[in-house]
Design a binder for this molecule. Structure first.
Ligand code: ATP
Ligand code: MG
Length: 168
């Protein structure tokens, strides 16, 4: 993996711009809350792929008229915050879409996993996006988590260390 200084705000805004036309055409509202700048050490190509996949999922699995909210912020890695504490860059992508039940959520990061509902509805996809995304984020020393309820939307949270991946 090649880590360089990356402004996540710029990267996320670029992903939002890329999906905006598609979102508008399908009647979605896109909202974003981004800081002016958030510099991290990361592999820009891989993180862009993660953000693109999460945004395209949010659009794909949210019916017409839904809202997708993207928030980015810096947050402390430890509960007791100190001056030199490591920081996360935290990206939250929330949608008001079809959501997933507790049972459906179990396999969501597995290769080729697709919920039965999505397969029956013939929504296109291979079931690899989230598995690949999680691999990329973990290679940075971070992780992706999800909370969701069937019919009530999903929230995906990506955390990556601002300082970048630890040296191997
Ligand atoms: N935002 C979401 N809302 C509801 N279900 C979701 C959401 N994101 C993912 N899922 C469920 O998790 C499955 C896996 O998602 P993943 O992104 O890995 O694959 P995919 O979108 O089906 O295909 P692709 O490989 O093209 O990304 C989806 O098929 C869907 O069932
Ligand atoms: Mg996907």
């Amino acid at each position: 993996m090649s880590a360089q200084q990356v402004d996540l705000t710029r990267l996320v805004r670029h992903s939002i711009d890329s999906i905006e036309v598609r979102a508008r055409r399908s009647g979605h509202t896109l909202e974003s809350h981004l800081p002016l700048r958030l510099e991290v050490r990361a592999d820009a190509v891989k993180i862009a792929q993660v953000v693109d996949n999460l945004l395209s999922n949010a659009v794909k699995y949210t019916p017409r008229g839904g809202t997708i909210t993207v928030s980015l912020r810096r947050s402390p890695q430890n509960a007791t915050e100190g001056v030199d504490d490591p920081q996360w860059a935290e990206l939250i992508i929330r949608d008001t879409g079809i959501g997933m039940s507790e049972q459906e959520l179990e396999g969501v990061f597995e290769n080729f996993y697709r919920t039965e509902h999505v397969r029956k509805a013939a929504i296109p996809g291979t079931g690899l996006g989230l598995a690949i995304s999680r691999g990329f984020v973990r290679a940075h020393g971070g992780d992706i988590t999800v909370s969701s309820r069937r019919g009530a939307g999903s929230t995906f949270t990506v955390r990556i260390p601002v300082a970048g991946p630890a040296a191997p």
